[in-house]
Design a protein around this ligand. Structure first.
Ligand code: UFG
Length: 341
């Protein structure tokens, strides 16, 4: 039995944060959690308890608030690492409300780094995104591809955050930045999943809510892109696979000898799937119809992107385990559970 290690998880009541907390418990860690419930509620915290049978320490507050974070870090002195999930993540919303995105996403990282410095905490896992690449020149894209202009303010916040990490790392930090492709799916137990506040912005919750007849129909945003079927292409990765990668990333930080370090890793499957293919696959896997219509392109969308995960496969000893069919089935099981279907 390994020594229990305390880790701090910001945004722990969110979709990726909550799934990661479960994997942290599974690997013998002791997660301490933060969330301000601005884009989440307590439902996923109950799901974590149901799956793990564990209780946990939870602080409600905002990562933009220095006093709040100083209070947490003064009470939690023996942290082995901080995982920073807390951020806004909707491409479309960021186009409509850019300042809210810059303030929340960039501001909270700066605040967290200041407070980490003050309390001599130096290990950080940062939630970045493949949107940092913009529309890459070639796909699958690997970590050394240059950043193109971000297509959305959301993407720009992640580029800025990565630049901040580059600039501060020399001040004694050990940091891993994980560039997520498109996380989908839910916990196989159906106790955890995506729980958007209001109408979903992301594709898979929109599909499952349409299948559950909560929404009338899905709108596919654009079928005139330069792709085989005209719809956008993404790299959809099961959220549990993504969660497991965080545990591996912490192990990598623990092994690293160097006093300062910044590494970035793509977390994707390496396979591109179009929006229309995903909708069809959902029907095949679940036998449930998803009425859809074709609408105009959504501002801020990248045409096609999928990732080369070789670096994470090798250095983190990690690879994806779940298929796209598993992801869609698990997402549907979760939707049915929360709707009582
Ligand atoms: N889409 C639709 N209809 C919808 C919702 C989405 O056609 O109702 C399309 C989008 O136009 C896009 C694709 O489905 O082509 C995926 O859209 P999502 O909103 O699900 O995902 P994004 O690719 O825009 O963004 C997501 C996360 C980001 C992350 C990004 C990386 O929300 O945090 O993946 O690609 F950075």
């Amino acid at each position: 039995m390994m020594e229990r290690k305390k880790v701090l998880v910001t945004g722990a009541a969110g979709y990726i944060g909550a799934h990661t907390v479960v994997e942290l418990f599974n690997s013998g860690y002791e997660p301490v959690m933060i969330d301000n419930f601005s884009k989440s509620d307590k439902t996923l915290l109950s799901g974590i308890r149901a799956i793990t049978g564990k209780d946990f320490k939870f602080y409600e507050g905002d990562c933009n608030d220095n006093i709040f974070l100083e209070n947490v870090l003064s009470q939690e002195r023996e942290l082995s690492c901080i995982l920073h999930f807390a951020a806004f993540k909707s491409v479309g919303e960021s186009v409509a409300q850019p300042l809210m995105y810059y303030k929340n996403n960039v501001g909270s990282l700066i605040t967290l780094l200041e407070v980490m410095k003050k309390f001599n905490q130096n290990k950080l896992i940062f939630s970045s995104s493949c949107t940092v690449y913009g529309q890459p020149d070639s796909i699958p894209v690997n970590e050394s591809a240059p950043f193109k202009r971000a297509e959305s303010p959301y993407g720009a916040t992640k580029q800025m955050c990565e630049r901040i990490l580059e600039d501060v790392v020399g001040n004694g930090f050990k940091i891993i930045s994980l560039r997520y492709f498109n996380p989908i799916g839910a916990h196989p137990s159906a106790q955890l999943g995506e729980l958007p506040v209001g109408a979903p912005n992301n594709l898979v919750p929109y599909i499952t809510q349409t299948a559950a007849k909560v929404r009338n129909k899905l709108t596919v945003f654009g079928n005139d892109y330069n792709t085989p079927d005209g719809s956008c292409i993404r790299d959809f990765i099961h959220v549990v696979d993504l969660a497991v990668a965080h545990v591996r990333a912490m192990e990598f930080l623990d092994r690293a000898q160097s006093p300062t370090l910044l590494e970035t890793f793509n977390l994707g499957t390496g396979v591109g799937v179009s929006v229309l293919e995903l909708v069809n696959e959902f029907k095949k896997v679940t036998n449930v119809e998803v009425p859809f219509t074709i609408g105009p392109r959504r501002p801020g969308d990248v045409e096609k992107v999928y990732g080369d995960p070789t670096k994470a496969n090798k250095l983190l000893d990690w690879k994806t385990k779940y298929s796209i069919q598993d992801s869609l089935l698990h997402a549907w099981q979760w939707e049915k559970k929360i709707r009582g279907i």
